[in-house]
Design a protein around this ligand. Structure first.
Ligand SMILES: Cc1cc2nc3c(=O)[nH]c(=O)nc-3n(C[C@H](O)[C@H](O)[C@H](O)COP(=O)(O)OP(=O)(O)OC[C@H]3O[C@@H](n4cnc5c(N)ncnc54)[C@H](O)[C@@H]3O)c2cc1C
Length: 338
């Protein structure tokens, strides 16, 4: 058997969302060219492709946090489609598009006795050019939406396909219940009312609190408008006890106030969880809520050379924060490589 030639990169970036993408650009600008970015999806910014609704406005201030760019990467507020185009242009202008390797799902990284990291893949088929890569440093920027938060009650198998975490399966004319009280839930709810190509959906917003308290001013205004004129049906101030198949094969939702209602589909917008397995199996210490323990200035974890940024370290993440974390982590890596 022939041994694959080992290739050592200065920086391996896992995840090609805003954090990973900005890390690649920052590295290049800092003169670090020997890098590779690996993502399990077939393109960069996959979470945005999947979870942002069509035409969504990409806000700079997200989840009530005022955004200031502190690194070299920024974006202009625009639609989802324009944002992805802006990112394509930025990656091309920085000359880093060829650093991205797609369709590779990473289980963990192992730090060997030689001080280099190797990737352990979730799948068997791995492209030859990345199989043998070892890295001096790693930035983990895998986000949280690989594992969206689920409610505590069970999803019965017969209706699992009707219980979703984004709008991609919603069809014309469906009765859809959106569950959640944050910006994503709000945007999904009024997005369905306004979305071109998806007419006549009957949209209900369910949130355990009776008031909107966690949305940005613009999303609060939009939801309030449609709740007041009845275009979004109000099922707020009550929790869900359970879901079960209705006699007609749809979803019967049982609320904690004793009422029940039937829907064609429910979409849960409850955020995501930290990728604990990947972190812990890579040797990273985690603390409360499974968030990794990291240095707030350098984004270094307890494993020397292993950094983590973006949504992995916060449930109140934003594109700007991911860009800014990338800038700080790369600065620290460049300093250490000197
Ligand atoms: C519906 C919705 C709307 C939002 N709207 C806004 C907004 O308007 N403005 C704003 O600033 N923020 C918004 N956010 C938040 C913002 O999208 C995130 O904060 C940002 O995408 C975080 O970037 P990230 O790089 O940390 O993670 P992600 O964007 O989640 O990227 C993680 C990447 O890692 C890859 N990956 C995951 N696991 C693995 C693995 N094991 N192996 C290889 N690759 C892996 C994924 O495929 C993905 O490409 C929104 C979030 C949601 C869900």
């Amino acid at each position: 058997m022939t041994q694959e030639a080992e290739k050592v990169v200065d920086l391996l970036i896992i995840g090609a969302g805003p954090g990973g993408m900005a890390s690649a650009i920052e590295a290049k600008l800092a003169g670090l060219d020997n890098i590779v970015v690996v993502d399990k999806a077939p393109h960069h910014n996959d979470m945005i492709h999947k979870f942002y609704k069509k035409g969504k406005r990409v806000d700079k201030d997200w989840m009530g946090i005022k955004a200031e760019f502190t690194g070299n990467v920024s974006f202009d507020e625009c639609s989802k489609e324009e944002y992805i185009q802006q990112m394509d242009d930025k990656l091309r202008d920085a000359g880093v598009l060829d650093k991205f390797e797609y369709n590779h799902d990473i289980l963990r990284v192992n730090k060997g006795k030689d001080g280099l990291f190797e990737m352990i893949f979730a799948q068997e088929k791995i492209a030859k050019n990345i199989k043998s890569i070892k890295a001096k440093n790693v930035i983990l920027s895998v986000g949280r939406m690989g594992k969206p938060n689920k409610p505590k009650y069970k999803f019965p198998r017969d209706i699992k396909a009707l219980l979703n975490f984004n709008l991609s399966k919603v069809e014309n004319g469906e009765r859809v219940m959106i569950v959640g009280g944050g910006d994503t839930a709000g945007e999904y709810a009024y997005g369905l009312v306004e979305l071109e190509g998806l007419q006549d959906c009957v949209v209900t917003l369910n949130y355990r609190k009776s008031e909107i308290t966690r949305m940005s001013p613009i999303n609060t205004k939009m939801c309030t408008k449609y709740l007041n004129n009845g275009k979004i049906l109000n099922k707020m101030g009550v929790d869900i006890e359970s879901v079960e198949p209705s006699p007609s094969g749809k979803i019967q939702v049982n609320f904690t106030d004793g009422t029940s209602a039937e829907y064609d589909r429910a979409v849960y917008a409850l955020g995501g969880t930290t990728p604990k397995d990947l972190l812990v199996n890579s040797g990273v210490k985690t603390g409360e809520w499974d968030v990794p323990v990291y240095n707030e200035t350098t984004f270094k974890t307890n494993v020397e050379g292993l950094y983590t940024i973006g949504d992995v370290i916060t449930d109140q993440g934003s594109i700007t924060l991911a860009f800014n974390n990338a800038s700080d982590a790369v600065k620290s890596i460049v300093q250490n490589l000197k």
